[in-house]
Design a protein. Sequence first.
Length: 278
Amino acid sequence: MKSKIAIQGFEASFHEIVALNYFGKNIETVECATFSKLFEVMKNGEADFAVCAIENTLAGSILPNYAHLRNSKLHIIGEVYLRIEMNLMALPNQKMDSIFEVHSHPMALLQCQKYFEKFPLIQLIESKDTALSAREIQQNKIKNRAAIASKRAANLYNLEIIAADIHDNKRNFTRFLILAKTTDTKYQPKKINKSSISFRAHHTPGSLAKVLSSIGAHGINLTKIQSLPVVGEEWQYYMYADLEFEDVQSYHLMLKEIKSLTKELQILGEYRQGKKIE
């Protein structure tokens, strides 16, 4: 029986590329136009796992997904770092001076800002997905429009790449999280060396510093910290942190200690540090 994998996007999207790499080809993807829909699909049991982008080396964090993660109670069981290559594509025999509009996902447009500074007359239009933007051009035979998407999308939808690798920096990676409703799965690693947590520090002087000091004192590497406001409580924040460690026992001791230092602590996932797909 094929596993059902929820992805944000459509066939030939970067999410699908990650799903195929992580789970293999014997899967069924559940296409979701938005991240909100992806988490809804998982909540309703319409998919077994999900692939969810969380940050990019050029455009930064996808902030709403942190709140989605905390509220969903899903578990992070893995991660993948995919090198993103943005390509400008259109119907065959279209030239750059004939392109009036470029459609793509907002994060893709953000990653290609410098390139389009050379073409101030081109209108950049946000869409739900990179691959969907390519598919719409092919299905409707739209001239004078281009899309930013993967080479896989160009091949699948018979589009011609006008310009390849148009992202602002060639070391362009997106981090994708692998999500599950339970850790009781063959994809949950037995040996972990990374975790993601969410916590609220007490609103008193030095409370956040005490939490961070505890993390460092136990030899845990704090690789990322992100804050988001607590809705309805002015100037209160949820902190989201990624932690890497070699000694699991030290990690568990640290969790026990910071639990007493925080108002709220949630483990979003315990997994192994992800691999890079170049």
